[in-house]
Design a binder for this molecule. Structure first.
Ligand SMILES: *Cc1c(COP(=O)(O)O)cnc(C)c1O
Length: 396
């Protein structure tokens, strides 16, 4: 079976492509021309999988939750990406991209970050591979994720605040792109999700597809089933979701459910449900769904979780939505916070607020008692303790 991929110009149907300033053309063209041939070499595959195994800790477990299964009358399995080194799936991608940067002789690494997880994963891999690292982060996010800022600095990265717009992920991405334009030759820009110009969405999806590869094997081993019945994942830019869906995209027996950040609710004007509310436009180098006003201004997103606080969505997800291969739902801030506390108390796992959105959806899921439902637990919640505490202290 042919793998899920964009066409030669980086399009998934009408979405994707590479809309970039002229200054970046040589850099992006170099990446486009080389990423697949590098990834397909034996030496790359060996180095990548060895690091995923011995450094990241893969395969991550697929944990059968007795408590959630009883509560929701179906078979609930948690794919434990929270157990990856640095606490989220992001490191699967940063390791892959740094190996590519080395092949292309780029010694300087830049990245953007929202929750700080991608920044930490990039700073970590840079420390390991001896590369110079600069991370751009919205100043609002630097406050809500102060702990991750300290981690990045300790790892030797420079963290530069983005002060424009809502001072969150979108603004950090703008700053990173500007920096790349200033230093196109010696610098590789490690994008943290399946967004950006071609080939990033495809390259990042390939690195994250290890998640669904493992899920397939684990469901077979644990249940003797060829595939799960349902896979649920949260979507910010869409990288953990595409990774968890990847090998099941053409399997019509597996329901793929993408959970967006509803924020204060879809009608509230304070939301990050970019597939539900977005319209076609161009953001950060690719054509996709994004939240915009009638005259094309980007609408500032809102989500309690910094990692989902993004007005766009990876182009593959826009295409999968249009072709009805994924179901798109949304969960509010409040429901996510409550589900995060619930999972902590039922299973002893404090989930990232992003991942808590997927747990919250279980209450709405219609599934049979024998259905195998895999929830991709994209990350751990240590970074979100203050947000959890603030919410529950106000509640009491
Ligand atoms: C970054 C992040 C996300 C959102 O990014 P995707 O590219 O949509 O996966 C979700 N969960 C966690 C824990 C994250 O760190």
């Amino acid at each position: 079976m042919e793998r899920f991929k964009p066409d030669a110009r980086g399009y998934y149907g009408a979405y994707g492509g590479a809309f970039i300033p002229e200054m970046l053309l040589p850099n992006v063209a170099e990446l486009q021309a080389n990423y697949l041939s590098i990834i397909n070499t034996e030496s790359f595959r060996e180095a990548f999988h060895k690091l995923l195994r011995d450094y990241v800790g893969r395969p991550t477990p697929l944990f059968y939750s007795d408590n959630l299964s009883k509560r929701y009358h179906t078979q609930v399995l948690l794919k434990r990406e929270d157990l990856c080194h640095t606490g989220a799936h992001k490191i699967n991608n940063t390791i892959g991209q740094l190996l590519i940067a080395k092949h292309l002789n780029k010694q300087r690494i830049i990245a953007e970050t929202g929750a700080g997880q991608h920044g930490v994963a990039t700073a970590t891999a840079c420390a390991l591979m001896g590369m110079e690292c600069t991370v751009f982060m919205g100043s609002v996010d630097m406050q809500r994720q102060a702990h991750n800022v300290e981690r990045m600095r300790m790892l030797g990265a420079q963290v530069i605040p983005a002060e424009s717009g809502s001072k969150t992920l979108k603004d950090a991405t703008n700053e990173a792109i500007r920096e790349w334009i200033r230093h196109p030759k010696d610098t590789h820009y490690v994008i943290g999700s399946v967004v950006g110009p071609h080939p990033y969405p495809d390259m990042v999806a390939l690195f994250q597809s290890v998640i669904s590869e493992e899920i397939g094997k684990q469901v077979q081993e644990q249940f003797g089933k060829a595939h799960p019945d349902v896979v649920i994942a949260c979507v910010g830019g869409g990288s953990n979701a595409i990774g968890a869906f990847y090998h099941f995209i053409d399997n019509e027996h597996t329901r793929l459910i993408a959970v967006e950040a509803g924020g204060m609710g879809l009608e509230s004007g304070k939301t990050a449900a970019s597939i539900a509310l977005g319209r076609k436009g161009i953001i950060h180098g690719s054509k996709t769904y994004l939240m915009q006003t009638d005259d094309g201004q980007i609408v500032e997103p809102h989500s309690i979780s910094a990692g989902l606080d993004y007005p766009g969505i990876g182009p593959a997800h826009a295409y999968l939505r249009d072709t009805n291969k994924i179901e798109v739902v949304s969960i509010t801030d409040e429901a996510a916070l409550k589900a995060g506390l619930m999972l902590t108390r039922t299973d002893g796992i404090i989930p990232a607020l992003e991942s808590a959105h997927t747990i919250a959806y279980l209450e709405h899921l219609q599934a049979g008692p024998d259905d195998v439902v895999v929830v991709n637990l994209s990350g751990r919640g240590d970074k979100d303790l203050i947000t959890y505490q603030n919410y529950f202290n106000h509640e009491q």
